[in-house]
Write a protein of this length. Structure first.
Length: 221
């Protein structure tokens, strides 16, 4: 066998070894792949795991159990005015979001994603779900508040059509951080041919804000 033939044989063995290693890595990755994340309506039995995430993501102003119970009390039935959704991966809750609606106006109450699911598109999926249900509630517009220093969240909302309309000074406490109020015209979304269920923008990443009703939107992830 010539030296060239031996070199060719060594190259072939090396290439085969590399292919085998790649196949083994792919098989290992498939075995450890995270379970698919599904969105579903939040129910009362989700409050406990959601509270655990709430305390982790928003330690300064986490919602109380009573606040979640109060919101979910208005989330079902013919006169429902709330939409709360959780993101579940296997047996684990990895995100949640909520919307309040009244008199043609929607208000994003909360969007939160666990740390290890940031930048996966989950925040966009949660917001898409809320906007879809805003159409079911016949909302003409949807509002939210976002920290003025949270530019990543602002960019996400802008891709969904939200525009800044004002400020609320010292809105986020503690810290005395101003809130940027943003608004999207649901008629404008419809006129543009965008369906919140199918045409959701891709997600950047979001950072932390503050929660509901009197406190405004909280966003994390």
């Amino acid at each position: 066998m010539t030296e060239q033939s031996r070199q060719n044989e060594r190259n072939a063995r090396s290439e085969q070894h590399a292919r085998n290693e790649q196949q083994a890595r792919s098989a290992r990755d498939a075995q450890h792949e995270s379970p698919a994340t599904v969105l579903r309506e939040m129910r009362w039995w989700d409050i406990e795991p959601v509270l655990a995430l709430e305390l982790d993501l928003f330690p300064d102003d986490a919602w109380s159990p009573g606040m979640f119970w109060s919101e979910l009390a208005h989330a079902r039935g013919p006169h429902a005015t709330r939409r709360y959704v959780v993101a579940q991966a296997g047996d684990r809750i990895v995100g949640y979001a909520g919307l309040a609606a009244a008199g043609g106006l929607g208000d994003v109450q909360t969007i939160a994603v666990v740390h290890d699911h940031w930048s996966t598109g989950l925040g966009s999926r949660l917001l898409t779900d809320l906007l879809h249900h805003a159409t079911s509630f016949e909302c003409e517009e949807v509002l939210l508040e976002v920290r003025v220093d949270n530019t990543r969240a602002q960019k996400l909302y802008e891709r969904f059509g939200f525009e800044p309309i004002g400020f609320r000074r010292g809105y986020y406490q503690p810290g005395n951080v101003d809130a940027l109020v943003m608004r999207v015209d649901m008629h404008g979304i419809a006129a543009a041919g965008a369906d919140p269920l199918t045409d959701s923008p891709s997600e950047s990443s979001e950072s932390s804000e503050s929660p509901s009703e009197s406190r405004g939107t909280e966003t994390h992830g």
